[in-house]
Design a protein around this ligand. Sequence first.
Ligand code: TRP
Length: 461
Amino acid sequence: MAKFDFSKRDSFGSKIGIIAAAAGSAIGLGNIWRFPYVAGENGGGAFLLIYVGFIILIGIPVMLSEFTIGRRAQRNPFGAFKLLKPKQHWYLVGLMGIIAAFTILAFYSTVAGWTLEYLINAVSNNYDGKSPADLNNMFDAFVGTGTRPVIFQLVFMFLTAAIVFSGVKHGIERYAKILMPVLLLIIIVLCVRSVTLAGAAEGLNFLFNPDFSKIRASTVLEALGQAFFSLSIGMGTLITYGSYISKKENLSTTAVQVSAADTFIAILAGVAIFPAMFAFGIEPNTSGEGLVFKVLPLLFNEMAGGFYFQLLFCFLLIVAALTSTISVLEVVVASAAEQLNMSRKTATVIAAVAISILGIFCTLSLGNLYIGIPSPYPGVFKITLFNILEYLSANILLPLGGFFIVLFLGWFLGKQNVKNEITNSGKIRARLFNMFLFIIRYIAPIAIALVFLHGMGLINI
Ligand code: TRP
């Protein structure tokens, strides 16, 4: 008996729901947690410039490609490639996406767990009157214990699974629609407070004044990886979401709007963090993955009504993380349900448990159970499983996935098929179609390949 009924396949209920869900996937810890610390480690302004360049040149075309594949096939990524090119091995791209989903969610749920600790500390007013050094110690002590971070990680995975369990329209869409705009408002309040601190100018200068001498060989790949990670592209999340988008929607404008919103929020997060960082005398590249958790409480402490703003912010950060984690889990669940013919509910439980096991090791690797490799860099103590999974997903698996996705669309799906999907069979105009085709055929694959090979030290340009 078939357990997965394709005639009852889920879909998004409205245009605003699609944007909210896709933007909800894109906007998350990648913007608020990862962007500031990776930009900080890579010299600030020059990194931002390259990052934005990649969003426009590669990110938006890859996103549109994913939507196109998903909506055309009406399947999970694995099934989509199988359906569109049955006799070829493109489904391996879908498989790679599933592996990426595991590695991403494993470390992402670690950080998502930190947001729960942040909320508890905020509710208990534990940050009140703390110095930068105190916050540093608090964070390190928390991460170092292992048990608390693991418990919070599991709570977060449970929340994620509970939403995916209830399906697309009632789960994913409903939450994303209401809460994302409020998050935007709070970040703007944070930005205003940050740029009015004494000494803020230095931070703005760091973020917006490119200093190309700070670019290392790895910086360009880090920028590409961050662009992929932040837009949720390269592993099939947006193929999956694309498969739930109705045939009436305009895929191109959706891709542009979602990318713009995502990039705007990342930059705002930078504007909130960097001026504060300099004002409080914290070095941009010394805090590592704990950066925002060490800086933001200081910023709220400086604010009238900071206690309440911080509470609201933590809550929204948790929601932003949730709308992202569900979009990653959804890839594994949709693939397992449709390909292995399981019910959505069974697939959700199996996937969540399997990912949590990897995730626990990831969290513990930052604490007293050391799993990782010795660091080749001076001054960096060790490279943990957490760092490895983070690097592997953002800088290797996602660009590789994106590379094959644009190749597939540009060279294998058929120009007319692509055009039909993007113009809704000729019903909407796609003025930039030829440019899009040129980018996905030539520019994007070549650029991704060059950046990737260069960043991995395989070629020297
Ligand atoms: N983009 C999300 C963020 O910025 C994370 C995320 C969700 C993601 N789905 C993804 C990253 C798929 C890569 C691929 O927080």
